[in-house]
Design a protein around this ligand. Sequence first.
Ligand code: ATP
Length: 462
Amino acid sequence: MKKNTIDPLKPIVALCKRRGFVYPGSEIYGGFANTYSYGPYGVEIKNNIKNLWWNFFVRSRSDMVGIDGPILLHPLTWKASGHIEGFSDALIDCKECKARFRVDKLIEDQTNQDVEGLSLEDLTDIMIKKDISCPKCKSKNFTKARHFNLMFKTEMSKTDAEHSTAYLRPETAQAIFLDYKNVVDTMRVKIPFGIAQIGKAFRNEITPGNFIFRLIEFDQMEIEYFVEQNTWQEHFEKWLDEMKKFCSMIGLDSNKLKEAEHPKEKLSHYSKRTIDITYDFPFGTNELYGLAYRTNFDLCQHQKHSKVSLEYIDNVNNKRFIPHVIEPTFGLDRTILALLCDAYDEEKLENGETRTVMHFSKNIAPVKVAIFPLMKKPDLIKEARNIFDSLKIKYATEYDEAGAIGKRYRRQDELGTPYCITVDYQTLEDQTVTIRERDSMKQERIKIENIKSTLLNYFEES
Ligand code: ATP
């Protein structure tokens, strides 16, 4: 199912650059692999998703609180969590062209054999027996497979030699576990409750491209939901439903979303049950979000290594226990990629032309309304600017007077702007404007005094 080719994404990648959604990282230096920068419209989409997520999962619930923890955590965190020991990929180098690959992906791509969980020796053997060749130079001359830890290391200017190496967090989850005790002590939360966080995570991954699908620096939106052990199954099911509600809220195409249960033998070291929500990306069906039952593994490990009690005290029922954890996790960059793929459309028009349009849902669109004077004439400009000023506080609004009106509409179509308002000569006579809807391209005339209420109706419909 997985096809590692960038081609199906090409038009989307090109539009992202052309319209300021996503730029390649460090481009003037020739780029920096697997890093990207969100441009002016990309950052608007990113903030829209973050805000919708935070409102839905934190603000609108009485059993959730949020934090913003550090990227650099005490180095013992990663010993306790198992990341120093086990967070690695098996890699192999081509001795001829020096390219480096993930062994499992290389074997899977050339033989369709699933090799997850096999030892380094077994992987090296399969490489030879199955005659695997280098995708870059076709040579079969490889090093042995070896483990490569995915955490980025950095040096601290400390004298304490044992702790001078720090790691950029490879998941936001651990920052939540380290703050669990502070939240319980200060926030009057009662189990079941959850802690949410949005923030950066870093993984030194070998990636096959696919634009912003797999990055070395990415944003996660994560929840650790603390429950009593015997209730984990009911909470797991509830969270799966909540995750699906979020997918529909941001307008993801439900036909492209599926659930994939991890078989027992493939579960991570901390998990007793994991379901991925996958999305049919143009390059194949891949993980978008994950839902894991992490047991009380992490809190037990942190209690052991920190020697601080992380027991929850239930005074009402006179019980003490280390809570179990349900973890819904959402990749922000993958959300953006899925939304870009869903939204992108090249439409054949009746007049034979093709228009490129982004069908973002209204709550995701980076610009909500664009205002144009039909021509660059002072009277029209003045009226259009007045309308722009009256809307810009409430809506992400753009004013544009440059070029032919048709071109201005096309530009907004490529940005996914739901409504364009045009001030023309009739406006000066009867105080009406045209309002054009992105998807149908239908225009209607409305009174200037009704613009706000009309927009309010339209945006509430979504
Ligand atoms: P994969 O199997 O694709 O490597 P994972 O199972 O390692 O992903 P998790 O550790 O469950 O991923 O991370 C939670 C979420 O973070 C994922 O569902 C995904 O949306 C996002 N994510 C993980 N790794 C990356 C990455 N390298 N770039 C962008 N997003 C990522």
